[in-house]
Design a protein around this ligand. Structure first.
Ligand code: 7RM
Length: 651
């Protein structure tokens, strides 16, 4: 087989942002030799950190057992994730430190100190035990961004129950399938929550789902909405307050095996039913703890805000387990960034003096589109570090974030990782790494990240497939109930390597550039072009807010490029602009990448976590019936797009 690489010609970034000296001097991690040291013996590197950073009831007998592709870390070691997030802090002065500073969308606020959180978690843990939950049982959580979501997670971890969180915005069917696949016997939900000023009635969805969830014995309902009429099924449904009333505030943490399951989190594959990604206790906690400490450089006095919902892996790892195991103060916000106005996030940063902010490129591009006036209304000078996750951040968005949010002071940690990896995998270390806008830089120490060609040979410079050679502590252990799918999906494409499904390129300085999902790579006349590269070129154009590139079947070229573009506010999509944008891409990347079609749209179809669904755009461009749309944030967007596209094609 001929080994083919993915092109990335336009990624010739010359700008370099070394760590600001003042930042580097005080950074948690300052040793540039860390990469070399970790690579010499990765297992020993992780073992040393496990000993220094986590509290164990019993030390492991063996660091790693690797029977590809099945790994076990810290064999024989005993610990509890909740103990590491709470008990160890309440034994110190931190008991009076804010663990969670929460703001609801309507503006209501709550602060839970570590002692408060500890008490509530103990009570819920006692209550769950009373309801018959034992170690190993699965508990489904379908909650909005309220402190009870964190309490529920940690209560499960405390008693050794496995939590399975379903994003609060998912439909009844999605919830039903996930509850049944995990065979959860308890569901924790809420009557509703606030979103863009309106009430979303979560319990109604839950009731709909529960009609077909015979295994669920009890439903615990948080009363979030003040005036609401919801139905409670006698014998099955219990109000959170009632459950908590009289529950013991002393529920000792269960001694868990390092390899005991901590949680299941479902992630949708391109085909078939959602995959229940399984994470275990010791390795996962270690990975999230160490990356939070080094990548976000979290310090005792920081106020850290990760805007992700608890329903995603980013919420699990970087709202809850990483920061709380470090004893940090975490800001949590219930609502949308544009309510009551488009400066709500910046208002929150100013009000609480947020120091570290972690968000997604889709949010940054949306803010870019709204314009700089909104952030300019606020004092954002408390910020000292910014993070990005979820999609490639194109250099244009990177520079905007750097300038208008970070005030040209804050390093940006562009973190590449997945539900499956549990923790950051490709990321800068902000006290050490000189940044290039748009590059996630290097593999995390102790993780062997590589870029390979079609047949698995390492590519020193150029584009190919992102893989991880060998195990890392927080890797998924299997797919719940389907180990064969785990083997096929991740470990079969390149023998002996974990295949991420993403394309990546390595430049002459060894920096890694993420090129998007390989299913999204476009093949024009035998040349492979990454969606990310075309999109990035377009977003550089002053008229463009966001772009999604796809390949559409073409008789001669195999595939032709079609691009869906949203424009900045106030700009009109004229035929002249179409020509201009085509010429712009051709100039930037080459004539091969000149799009055949450019189609303007007010919105792009996105998943609920903000990733562009190119698969649906391909369906539209090729005039097919739309594939699975259940994970779309707003199904209306795609319906309208399909109609308009067909109209335009007709003439
Ligand atoms: C954390 C998360 C995983 C997929 C992954 C990539 C894409 C995530 C970045 C990124 C480029 C990044 N988990 N992705 N982070 N692409 N640069 N910094 O998003 O399981 O929901 O998605 O997201 O394609 O494979 S996830």
């Amino acid at each position: 087989m001929e080994a083919k690489a993915i092109a990335f010609e336009s990624l010739r970034e010359e700008r370099l942002f070394p760590p600001p000296p003042a930042f580097a001097e005080q950074a948690n991690l300052r040793d540039p030799e860390i990469y070399k040291k970790a690579a010499q013996d990765p297992a020993a590197f992780w073992a040393k950190l496990a000993e220094e950073e986590l509290v164990w009831y019993r030390k492991w007998d063996k660091v790693l057992e690797w029977e590809p592709p099945f790994a076990k870390w810290f064999i024989g070691g005993k610990l509890n994730a909740c103990y590491n997030c709470l008990d160890r802090h309440v034994q110190t002065w931190r008991r009076n430190k804010a663990a969670i500073i929460w703001e609801g969308e309507p503006g209501d606020t709550r602060v839970l100190t570590y002692q408060d959180l500890f008490r509530e978690v103990n009570k819920l843990a006692s209550a769950l035990k009373k309801l018959g939950v034992v170690k190993g049982d699965r508990v489904a959580i379908y909650l909005p961004m309220i402190p009870e979501a964190v309490i529920a997670m940690l209560a499960c971890a405390r008693i050794g129950a496995v939590h399975s969180i379903v994003f609060g915005g998912f439909s009844a069917e999605a919830l039903r399938d996930r509850i049944n696949d995990a065979q959860a016997k308890i569901l924790i939900t809420a009557d509703g929550y606030y979103r863009r000023g309106a009430v979303v009635e979560a319990k109604k969805n839950a009731d709909q789902a529960l009609k077909e969830c015979p295994g669920v014995e009890k439903v615990i309902v948080v009363n979030r909405i003040l005036k609401t009429q919801i139905s409670m099924e006698p014998g099955r449904d219990l109000w959170w307050q009632e459950v908590m009333e009289g529950a013991s505030a002393d529920c000792p943490a269960e001694e868990m095996d390092a390899e005991d399951m901590l949680f299941i989190l479902y992630t949708s594959g391109t085909t078939g039913k959602p995959k229940g990604v399984v994470h275990t206790t010791g390795g996962y906690l270690l990975g999230t703890h160490v990356t939070t400490k080094w990548v976000f450089d979290l310090k005792e006095e920081d106020l850290y805000w990760c805007t992700a919902d608890i329903g995603w892996i980013t919420g699990h790892s970087y709202v809850v387990y990483g920061p709380l195991s470090l004893g940090a103060s975490v800001l949590m916000y219930e609502g949308t960034p544009d309510y009551p106005d488009r400066d709500r996030w910046w208002d929150l940063v100013e009000k609480y003096r947020v120091t570290v902010l972690y968000t997604a490129p889709t949010a940054i591009r949306t803010c870019m589109r709204w314009g700089t006036d909104y952030p300019a209304r606020h004092d954002l000078s408390s910020l000292r570090l910014l993070g990005s996750v979820g999609e490639p951040i194109n250099p244009e968005a990177w520079m905007w974030y750097y300038k208008y949010i970070g005030g040209e002071r804050c390093p940006i940690a562009d973190t590449w990782w997945q539900t499956e990896t549990g923790m950051h995998i490709v990321t800068p270390l902000p006290g050490i790494t000189a940044l290039k806008p748009g590059s996630a830089t290097f593999g995390f120490p102790g993780v062997e990240v590589d870029v390979v060609d079609d047949v698995g040979n390492s590519i020193k410079e150029g584009g190919g497939y992102l893989v991880i050679r060998g195990p890392w502590p927080s890797m998924l252990r299997t797919i719940y109930g389907d180990p064969q799918r785990y083997v096929d999906q991740y470990w079969s494409r390149f023998p002996g390597m974990y295949f991420t499904g993403d394309g990546a390129a390595r430049d002459k300085d060894g920096y890694l550039w993420l090129l998007g999902r390989v299913d999204d790579v476009i093949n024009v006349s035998g040349h492979r072009i990454s969606t990310m590269e075309v999109e990035s070129a377009l977003v550089e154009h002053p008229a463009v807010a966001e772009a999604a590139a796809i390949g559409k079947a073409h008789e001669v070229k195999g595939q032709a490029l079609a691009v869906f573009v949203t424009l900045k506010e106030g700009i009109k999509g004229t035929p002249e602009l179409v020509q201009e944008l085509k010429a712009h891409v051709a100039a930037k990347i080459g004539a091969l990448a000149r799009p055949d079609d450019i189609f303007f749209t007010a919105e792009l179809p996105k998943t609920r976590s903000g990733k562009i669904m190119r698969r649906l755009l391909r369906d539209i461009a090729e005039g097919r019936a739309l594939g699975d749309t259940t994970t779309l944030a707003d199904p209306g967007v795609i319906a309208e797009l399909k109609e308009r596209y067909a109209e335009e094609e007709r003439g």
